[in-house]
Structure formats: structure tokens, C-alpha cells
Design a protein around this ligand. Sequence first.
Ligand code: PAF
Length: 289
Amino acid sequence: MNVVTAIGEARDRIRAARAEGKRIGFVPTMGYLHRGHLELVEISKRHSEYQVMSIFVNRIQFNDPKDFSSYPKDLQRDLDLARAAGVDLVFTPDEGEMYRNNLTTVDVSLLTDHLCGASRPGHFKGVFTVVSKLFNIIQPDVSIFGQKDIQQAVSIEKMVFDLNFPVKMIIAPTVREQDGLAMSSRNKHLDAEKRRNSVCIYRSLKRAEELLVSGETDSGRIRSAMEKTVLEGSPDRIDYISIVDYASLQPVERVSGKSVIAVAVFFGSTRLIDNMIIEFEGGGIKCVY
Ligand code: PAF
């Protein structure tokens, strides 16, 4: 596995792999890897022959400087995990390499005014800017994003379409701890009690599934039942429980077409998110967590 910090060197290595006829798979990360990231690499391997991972904690997507400075980091551990997962190239630039005199930003309007976009101003602009830059540097054939960050994934799908990036996007189902908590680098900030209680988020999605399967489609009623379940875990604050249309990410009053139920909850200062995609299939309902 090669580890490079310079854009030019990353490009040279990727060009060489492409010249050997290999398709380039790309998993962008901010490091502190967990099983969820490694699963994205596994999926990437099914679609490409040369695996690139970026590890870059992107300051401009943090609306809270404290959140940026406390973001967990362990590059050596990340490199060991990436190597074991079969990554061929890790691109881990510093801030100067990525943002020297950068004046250009990328935004996707409408899709980011609700959900996490409402409580994290500027966050998505930072994500789209860095992902556009990474796509231009790596020029992957395929790139894999986790469903856990559904607003990010759906908006990047739209950005790829709107800006004609020649990248196939794959959204991979969320990888979970045994009790159902979605894996996240932020879980490490939870103390034992908050960690135990945080399973209420997953339970609230399960509750929503039960209601949907029993024929309930009223968003208000589903959200109230979910809120009750989340409160059983004594969170410090519910940021949102929302039901939105999958493509527009705008709230819906009734669940009818492909939709997303998304939840964001604070345990202490740790903000945890999770979601479920709902699809109507052959007269039934399919919920993907
Ligand atoms: O999902 C993440 O880890 C980040 O938002 C990403 C896509 C690597 C951009 O910094």
C-alpha cells in the first residue's frame, strides 16, 4: 500500500494503475476508521481493481471549531486497517495541499436546507467542496458512501449528476454495532451510560417500521411514536426526527413514495444521526437501515 500526501504523486500512481487497465475505486474518509469504512472498501473492491482511500479531516465542513479540534485521529491505526482491508493507495494531504488560496466552493441548493443542513450551517458546502476536489484529484470510476450520512449521500449523487462527474456512486447500507447503534467515529465520545442509552435511536427506527408495516403513513403520528421511543433513552436533546422525500429531501406529510426517516439526537455534546430508507415494493414496504 502506498501512502501519499501530494496531489501530484496521487495522480501519478492512479494514472499508472489506470494504464494497467484497472478501474479506480474511491472511499473518502476523515479517518478514525471503523468497520463501516472497511465495509465501503469491500464494496468498492467488487466494482474496481485499484482501491484509493482519502484520509483528510476537512476543517471547512465543521461549523463548530471545537468539534473539529476534538475529532478523533489515529493515522497509524488507520493505515494498518486500510492495508489489511486491501487499500492500494491512501491519499492523506495536509490542509495547505488541499486548500492553498482556495476561493471556490460547491453547493447543492434545496437538498441541504433541512435535516443536518438546518443545524449545521455551512457544513454541506464544505463537504461538497472537498468531495469535488477529491473527485477531480482521484478521478475514480466508482465511489462508495455510507447510508448513515444519507443527506450527504443523496446530495452528492445530485452533485455528481449536475456537475457531470464521470463517477458511479454507490450508497452502502449502514454498518451497526450488535445492539443496532450505527457505527460512527463519534461513538467513541459516549460514556458507558450514554452508549447504552443511544440504542434508543435504532429502536425508534424499528418502531417506525412496525407502524409503516401496520399501514400507518401519517408522518406526524410516526414521528410522535419515534420521539417517545427516543426519549426512553434520556438523550440530552433531539435535534430532529424527520420524514422526507428521498430525492428532494423535503418533508412529507404522508409516506407514499421512496422516503427517508432521519433522526439526529444529542447525547451530551455528541450528535448521533441515523436513518432508514423506505421503499414500496410489490404492495409491501421495504425498510433499509
Ligand atoms: O463522510 C465523511 O467522512 C466526510 O463528510 C467526507 C465525505 C469524507 C468528506 O470530508
